[in-house]
Ligand binder design. Sequence first.
Ligand code: G
Ligand code: G
Ligand code: MN
Ligand code: NA
Length: 257
Amino acid sequence: LTLESGLRHAVERGELQLKYQPQIDLASGDIIGAEALLRWHPAGQHLIMPDAFISIAEETGLIVPIGEWVLRTACAQQVAWRRAGLPNLRVAVNLSARQFRQPGLDAMVARVLADTGCPPGRLELEITESVLMERPDSAAQTLQRLSDMGVQLAIDDFGTGYSSLSYLKRFPINALKIDRSFVRDIAMHSADNDDGAIAAAVIALAHSMGLTVVAEGVETARQRDFLRALHCDQAQGFYFSEPMPAPALEHLFIKGE
Ligand code: G
Ligand code: G
Ligand code: MN
Ligand code: NA
């Protein structure tokens, strides 16, 4: 009850925050974008991580206004970065199951893009593989409407949700994000037989379909080197940077120039 009633007022009380985790182009080492990750900071309490409240937000429907706040804030940040001289940063936003199935999602996205001035091609929406595969036919239609607006689309946590290849081909997506459990399999010692085998297979699959591939959860130089050798396009993870407040990302970017 307390969590729900607190969450009900979180937007209006200004208790929600976004952190941004840099996404790195593996060939050049450049920061090419950032994934927006939600945090809740109720007055006088500790920061609450999304795993502790996203499911309640889903069950109560509060994810709909919260999700709109996330999208609006991230798109406004993309424009702010552009004005600060970081013109081409892409911002990635997670969509939950309920948001993805909400009637009027495409109209909401269009409104936020128009209001903020964020170019559609600079916004990437992440939807998990399991959400897409639950109702693949209606998912394909929703994805098509978003794709027609010029928004980039990525399948999150790829490899965990038993995608059928025939559906994957029908989804108008731009990118696959390799789930971090498969990046973790890229061990410290290359003697391991199945070292990174699934990550390697996902990279090959994505490229055969003309998709960009993003590795999540990169924590070591060896994982980065392994992924780069397989021509994985982009990566994020604690090895590069933890999720950070927007000004810190700006600082990191300018330092790296
Ligand atoms: O930031 P962290 O690693 O704790 O995120 C945990 C989970 O919460 C991830 O699966 C992530 O996709 C999800 N999450 C983070 N921010 C958002 C958000 O803004 N909307 C939704 N729907 N999920 C989010
Ligand atoms: O499911 P999704 O990919 O949206 O989840 C993003 C989550 O992954 C965030 O909670 C973020 O804090 C977490 N994360 C980001 N980089 C790493 C990493 O290198 N290792 C681990 N274990 N978690 C990470
Ligand atoms: Mn994600
Ligand atoms: Na993920």
